[in-house]
Design a protein around this ligand. Structure first.
Ligand SMILES: *Cc1c(COP(=O)(O)O)cnc(C)c1O
Length: 387
């Protein structure tokens, strides 16, 4: 089973599809049964049987089968958002009194969710590396959570080393693999227990979908599907599942195009005198590049750069001069996007978090690389004194 086939055909040659090239969208909120006994049996196994939309849906199931196969996982559960998946996953693994290790920089709302859990007696510690993990681990530590490449800094974690460390200590590992998509990195094959994704980024790919997924062994997915999925109610809609399936059809070709453009644009910026540095693991000069090549088969096109300036107006001028990058949050769509985290963060918070003023995040879309490079060159020249 190769990934292109999974993205295109897996699960789609079944009789219920009647030969349709796209799966039907099952819009019904409930399913009915011949007998009361059959309904009872279905309710007792609601993670696998179709009873009610908040639990299971055939269109959502097809998306889940493809995502599980792409990650080489046993099962997947799709949610109404990436945060829905992350919150349910973490909640399913901890109880009052437990402690969570967070390795490296992770998505902001994930940290906010861990802070929120403090009111239920779940604590966490942020650490930078395995030495930090060694110092911070306690008898109550249950879970190790991380991203690779890490959020905003795009530092590369040695996934096999981290999962071996965690396994020896009886910790469950959860990794956010949104950056790479399952096409470019398969953390479950490197020992990670559960992988989470925001489907709102490359997998959706058209900036018209918000969704999430968790993938892993049935022994961890089943309880989560029966409890947190049902009770938090962040169920994926069948329409969104149809968008996930549509996004997967073109994911292999889009990711190849994103990678080619990302490398070209990052290479241009790395050589530009107005740019202090480019945080992109695809560049040979990136400190994590060698490790990335050992565990990834490609690079997506989201990265950050630091301008040679500490002036907010100069950063703002640079962004406003860009014609082919739209200004906004999110990433992974067809359209190139730009966002300067320092400009949207209060100064005191920015300083404590250590976000450089000149930090700019780019999501390279599907426009020709030459167009984007020309645009960036002109904006760097125009935003004096960057030139
Ligand atoms: C966007 C994002 C999420 C959250 O996903 P939503 O679909 O927006 O809830 C989680 N992790 C990473 C790395 C993200 O970029």
């Amino acid at each position: 089973m190769d990934d292109e086939w999974i993205c295109g055909r897996l699960g789609e040659d079944e009789p219920w599809m009647l030969g349709a090239v796209n799966p039907p969208v099952f819009e019904n909120s409930l399913f009915t049964f011949e007998t009361a006994g059959e309904l009872g049996e279905a309710i007792r196994n609601e993670d696998e049987r179709y009873v009610y939309w908040r639990g299971t849906n055939p269109t959502v199931d097809l998306a889940q089968r493809k995502l599980a196969a792409l990650e080489r996982g046993e099962r997947a559960k799709c949610f109404a958002s990436g945060m829905g998946a992350i919150a349910a996953t973490i909640s399913s693994l901890v109880k009052a009194g437990d402690h969570v290790l967070v390795l490296g920089a992770v998505y902001g709302p994930t940290t906010q969710f861990l802070r929120y859990l403090e009111k239920f007696g779940v604590t966490h510690t942020h650490v930078e590396d395995l030495d930090g993990c060694d110092s911070a681990i306690t008898a109550s530590t249950r879970l190790l959570y991380f991203e690779s490449p890490s959020y905003m800094a795009y530092a590369v974690v040695d996934i096999a080393e981290v999962t071996a460390w965690a396994r020896e200590r009886g910790l469950v590992t959860v990794m956010d693999n949104t950056w790479s998509t399952p096409l470019f990195q398969k953390p479950l094959t490197l020992g990670v227990d559960l992988v989470v994704h925001s489907l709102s980024k490359y997998i959706g790919g058209h900036s018209d979908l918000v969704g999430g997924v968790v993938i892993g062994p049935s022994r961890l997915i089943r309880p989560l599907a029966l409890t947190e999925y049902q009770l938090y109610g962040a169920a994926m809609s069948p329409h969104d599942a149809a968008k996930v399936i549509k996004g997967l059809r073109t994911l292999p070709v889009r990711m190849a195009a994103h990678q080619e453009r990302g490398l070209a644009v990052a290479g241009f910026l790395a050589d530009h005198p107005a740019v202090r540095r480019v945080n992109y693991p695809g560049l040979p000069s990136h400190p994590g590049h060698a490790q990335a090549l050992r565990q990834m088969s490609g690079f997506s096109s989201l990265f950050s750069l630091e301008l040679e300036t500490d002036s907010r107006p100069v950063v703002a001028a640079f962004i406003d001069l860009l014609r082919h990058f739209r200004i906004g949050v999110s990433w992974g769509g067809f359209e190139s996007l730009v966002n300067a985290p320092a400009l949207s963060t209060e100064e005191s918070v920015r300083a404590t978090m250590g976000i450089p003023i000149g930090l700019v995040r780019l999501s390279i879309g599907l426009e020709p690389a030459e167009t984007l490079i020309k645009d960036l060159g002109l904006a760097l020249e125009g935003a004096s004194p960057l030139a």
